[in-house]
Design a protein around this ligand. Sequence first.
Ligand code: AMP
Ligand code: FES
Ligand code: ZN
Ligand code: ZN
Length: 300
Amino acid sequence: MKCTVCRGPAVIDVRRHNAAFCPEHFTLHCRDQVRRALHEHAMLRPIDRVLVAVSGGKDSLALWDLLAALDVDADGLHLRLGIGDYSEESTRAARAYATAHARTLHEVDLAGEVGFTVPAAAAATHRVPCSACGLSKRHLFNGFAVEHGYDVVATGHNLDDEAAVLLGNVLRWETEYLARQAPVLPAGAGFARKVKPLVRLGERELAAYCVIRRIDYQVEECPMAAGNRHLSYKELLNELEHRSPGTKGAFLAGFFERGRARFATDEPAVPLRRCVECGAPTPSEVCAFCRLRARVAERP
Ligand code: AMP
Ligand code: FES
Ligand code: ZN
Ligand code: ZN
C-alpha cells in the first residue's frame, strides 16, 4: 500500500476518500478535514476564546491537538465524572496531554464541586446512565464557558458519533432533535456557541491520528455506556460502510446540507428564563440539571 500523495509506504487507508497515507500525509489529511469543517460551517471567528471539552479519550485529545496545529489556541475543560477507575484513567490521560504540551486544563470534580457522581445520578433517575451524564455534561460545559468568558465550546463528536445519532433520530422521526442536530449551535442569551470540528473524521482515523502523534489516551469505553443504542447503530453503519465506502459520510453531510433545514419550524422558540437556583437559561423555574441534583440529594 502506497501513500496517495508521496508514493512512500502507507500506514492507513481511508476507503471513503479512496486514499492511503504515510504518517506525515495522514496527519495533514486530518488537519485538512478539520480545516474544512471549520470553514464549511463557519465554526470559529479569529477573536473567539475557545474551550475544548477534553474527556481524555482519543477524539477530544486529537481535537485539541488538531486545533493547535491550525493555530487555534484553545484551553481544555475536563469533568471528573466519578466513574471509578475509568474516570481516574481518563483524568490521567487528559492531564498528561496538557502537561506535555503546556496547555491550560481546567477541571471540575463532580463529587466535590457539584455534589454527585454520574453513577449516583444514574441510580436516582432509573434511566440509562448516559442520559443523566449527557445532561450534566452539557450543563457544566456551557456554565463553565459562560462564567469564564469563553465564546465557544468545542467537543470531540466525530463522524461515527453524529451518523449514529442521526440514524437514531431518523428511525424514530424525532423531528425536534433532527432540527437541532447540527455541527454548530449558535450562541444565545446564556449560551456559548457549540461546535463539532471532527464531523468529517471517523473513529478509526482519530485513533490512528493519536497513535501517529504519540498521544496517550484512555482506550476503554465508558463501562456505563454498555448496551447503549448508539453502539448498535454504529455497528450497522460500519456494516453499510464496509459494503459501500462513503455511505456514512454522505448520510451525515447530506443531512447537514439538504436535510436538516426541512425540520426547522416557524413556531416561536419556547421563551427562556433564568433558573432560580443556578441562573442557567431554562424554560421552567428550576433547570433540568438542578432538578436532577435535587433528586440525587433526596436519595438515602
Ligand atoms: P461522549 O459523550 O462520551 O460521546 O463524548 C462526546 C464529547 O464530549 C467528547 O469528545 C468530549 O469532547 C466531551 N466529553 C465527554 N466526556 C467528557 C469529560 N469527562 N470531560 C470533558 N469533556 C468530555
Ligand atoms: Fe457518560 Fe459514561 S461517560 S455514561
Ligand atoms: Zn506520503
Ligand atoms: Zn439550575
